[in-house]
Design a protein around this ligand. Sequence first.
Ligand SMILES: N[C@@H](CCC(=O)N[C@@H](CS)C(=O)NCC(=O)O)C(=O)O
Length: 227
Amino acid sequence: MEEQGSEVVLIGFWASTYCHRVELALNIKGIPYEFVEEDLSNKSDLLIQYNPVHKKVPVLVHKGKAIAESLVILEYIDDCWDNTPKLLPQDPHERAKIRFWANFYDQKVLLPSTYPIIYSEGEEREKTMAEFRELLRMFEEGIKKDFPTRKPFFNGEDLGFLDVTVAANSCMYRAFEEALALDYELNNYPAFLSWLNALKGCPVVKETLPPHDKLVAIIRKMFLKQT
Ligand SMILES: N[C@@H](CCC(=O)N[C@@H](CS)C(=O)NCC(=O)O)C(=O)O
């Protein structure tokens, strides 16, 4: 960290979807921040001190106070920088629905799309892929039903809370497919796919997420068995 201490510091890892959520929120709101890259194979004392429970990135340090867990950090940013584009809507029921689907995406779509599929083979791989696709179908149907007027994003042309949550992972599907010869069959989920493509085309998303080739390379390095 800078000697005098920046007001906003993000302790992160450049390829982390969870960190990209926070970077997107900070960039959408125009909040300047210092990014401190963490070596996850040799975690720093700073990370352990600021996130002693999970010892994971991202951690946001605002005026010396630490906040962990990406979705919690998004809410914190939205609460603190109230005069910038809001990520969450005002209406309590709309907010609750957004939080529900953000958690569903986080726990039921994102997680099952990686480790269970990557670490399985043959019939087991087919089973984990089918489970993921069923959860994605539920997500797609749920979003269509609960937010019928969303166009193209939750804040009209601006990204909202759920857009940020999904946008952060929007480049990962293609990157995982190419790196590990997977096929998520996203064409079968046209509403989700067109949302993903719209998010990927958004200037703030393009500026924030790493290039495809760099992601493919790190995924191969992390997940391919060494022969
Ligand atoms: N639920 C956490 C997940 C964060 C997470 O899994 N971060 C990974 C990087 S992508 C990490 O720090 N991994 C280090 C470890 O598991 O030891 C969040 O939303 O912030």
